[in-house]
Design a protein around this ligand. Structure first.
Ligand SMILES: Nc1ncnc2c1ncn2[C@@H]1O[C@H](COP(=O)(O)OP(=O)(O)OP(=O)(O)O)[C@@H](O)[C@H]1O
Ligand SMILES: [Mg+2]
Length: 237
C-alpha cells in the first residue's frame, strides 16, 4: 500500500507504506477503533480506499472491473462472528471449491482432509446452524482455506473461543502459512496470540501504523513508547 487513506466523517486510516511479504504471518494489534478492521476490509477490497493505491505482486489493483474481482478471489476473510451458510458442514467447506470448478474427486479429498484437520470428520453432515461457536469457527476457517487463497485475512478469529479451540485454530493457521505459503494477516486483541503465531507485528493507533517489525523486536525492544505500553498492557485509550 502506498499513501493509502480512508475517510468516513473523518480520516480513520492513513498508511504511508505497508509491504506484506508472501508466506509471512502478520499480527495486527491496536486499541479499539484504531482502524484494524478497516485495514483488513481495504486489503480484501470490501471497502474502497479514499486515497492512495494498493499494489498486488507489484501491479496496481484497479478500483473496479474483472481484474479486481479476480484478485479478490485469491483472498479469504474470516470474521469474529462466523457467517456460515445454512447448510451442512460438508457443503460449507466445499462451497468455494465447487464455485471455482474443482473436480469432484479433488473436492472429496480436500474436504475430507480439512474435516480431519479441524477434528470434525464425524460432523460432516451436521447443519451449520447447530454447531457450537468453536466448531462453527473451525468450519469457517476450513472453508476459507479450502481453495488455498494466497492471502488469508482474519479479524479476531478466536475471540470468545476456549483455549482448546484457540490452540487448534492457531495450529491450522501456522501450518497453512508454512506448508502452502499463504500470507496471513490476523487482527487480534490478544497480544499474546500475536506473539505466539505472528512473524511480524503491526501496531496501529488512531489510524496510523505506529510501528511494524519482527515479532520479538516489537515485544522486547520496540522503538515507540506507545508500542511498548500497548504490548505491556498499559495502553491508555
Ligand atoms: N462504515 C463506517 N462508517 C463510519 N465510520 C466507520 C465505518 N467503519 C468504521 N468506522 C470508524 O472507523 C474507525 C476505525 O474502525 P475499525 O472498525 O477499523 O476499528 P478497529 O481497530 O477494528 O476496532 P475494534 O478493535 O473495536 O474492532 C472507528 O472510529 C469507526 O467508528
Ligand atoms: Mg475491528
Amino acid at each position: 500500500m502506498r499513501s493509502l487513506s480512508k475517510t468516513y466523517d473523518k480520516e480513520v486510516l492513513s498508511v504511508e507504506e505497508l509491504i506484506l511479504t508472501k508466506g509471512c504471518i502478520y499480527g495486527v494489534i491496536g486499541p479499539s477503533g484504531a482502524g484494524k478492521s478497516t485495514l483488513l476490509r481495504i486489503i480484501n477490497m470490501l471497502t474502497p480506499q479514499s486515497g492512495g493505491e494498493i499494489l498486488y505482486k507489484g501491479r496496481p489493483v484497479p478500483l473496479n472491473g474483472p481484474e479486481r474481482l479476480a484478485l479478490q478471489r485469491n483472498m479469504a476473510l474470516v470474521f469474529q462472528k462466523t457467517l456460515l451458510f445454512k447448510d451442512t458442514v460438508w457443503n460449507n467447506i466445499s462451497y468455494g471449491l465447487k464455485a471455482r470448478g474443482c473436480k469432484k474427486q479433488e473436492i472429496e479429498k480436500k474436504v475430507t482432509s480439512l474435516l480431519d484437520q479441524i477434528g470434525m470428520s464425524e460432523l460432516a453432515n451436521r447443519r451449520a446452524e447447530t454447531l457450537s461457536g468453536g466448531e462453527a469457527q473451525r468450519v469457517a476457517i476450513a472453508r476459507a482455506v479450502a481453495f488455498e487463497p494466497e492471502l488469508l485475512l482474519l479479524d479476531e478469529p478466536t475471540a470468545n473461543l476456549d483455549p482448546g479451540n484457540i490452540e487448534l485454530i492457531e495450529e491450522m493457521i501456522t501450518k497453512m502459512a508454512r506448508t502452502k505459503e499463504i500470507t496471513v494477516v490476523m487482527v487480534t486483541h490478544n497480544v499474546f496470540q500475536a506473539r505466539r503465531i505472528a512473524n511480524h507485528v503491526i501496531f496501529i493507533n488512531q489510524g496510523k501504523i505506529v510501528e511494524m517489525g519482527p515479532t520479538e523486536k516489537i515485544f522486547t525492544e520496540p522503538e515507540n513508547e506507545s508500542t511498548r505500553m500497548f504490548v505491556e498492557g498499559k495502553m491508555v485509550y
